[in-house]
Design a protein around this ligand. Sequence first.
Ligand code: ADP
Ligand code: MG
Length: 263
Amino acid sequence: MSETMQPPEPSLRAEGEAILPSGSPRPSGPREDKAAAPVLACSGLRKSYWQGRVEVPVLDGVELAIRPGERVAVMGASGSGKSTLLHVLGGLDRPDAGQVRVQGEDIWAMSEVARGNLRNRALGFVYQFHHLLPEFTALENAAMPLIIRRLEKEAAFAEAERWLEEVGLAHRLTHRPGELSGGERQRAAIARALVTRPACVLMDEPTGNLDRHTAEHIQAMLAELNARHAVSFLVVTHDPELAGRMQRVLHLSDGKLESAQAG
Ligand SMILES: Nc1ncnc2c1ncn2[C@@H]1O[C@H](COP(=O)(O)OP(=O)(O)O)[C@@H](O)[C@H]1O
Ligand SMILES: [Mg+2]
């Protein structure tokens, strides 16, 4: 697969559509630039759920900074708060305290509309279940984020097709999710997350629903995509093999993130 993968051309900018925020060009130098400002960072992040009057702390002072192009895994037992962390970092769930900065901007200090815009511009999401729309083809699903941005259909489909090729689905463009295997559905979901060229993709157990063999292919592909494109990945998982594909592995326990192992 890797031999046939071609990075998509940066065609979107030619369409006059502001895919990237003006003044913040896509990092194109070294794919992990330690001096560069983090694409996604949080500090002092706290969040509890309440069971009646009993506070159940889930995040209890989480600190994290993800640099451009970096691949980071967060591991933790089921119920340790991995999904909660992703939702708070991704602007989907408000923290009780602390800051989340996406490309330097404090997302929980801005309006809901501004937060939504920044999220759509800068972040991509991949979940354990693909969340593809069943009545649309792989091509239409992958193009959807661009169509929602009102990019012209032809340009959106052209870009989606490039990303579907990139994830090894060039031969499945007109298949609907029901006509794809589990691994193919997840590849389509990954293409959809990347089609807007986000700075960082947040993934919640992206291989959790796949058999080991299929999961290994997706894991290798993720590492390859990260190496080819200036995109950061934050993957939460309890799968040590997937975590092992990342450059940095952190552990979430007792509401705090700690370094699990070097590089
Ligand atoms: N909406 C919610 N209301 C109450 N408790 C929740 C809610 N979402 C998650 N929790 C609890 O918070 C803890 C962390 O959940 P979650 O972030 O889903 O963990 P993980 O993704 O690591 O399995 C769990 O104990 C879970 O039961
Ligand atoms: Mg979870």
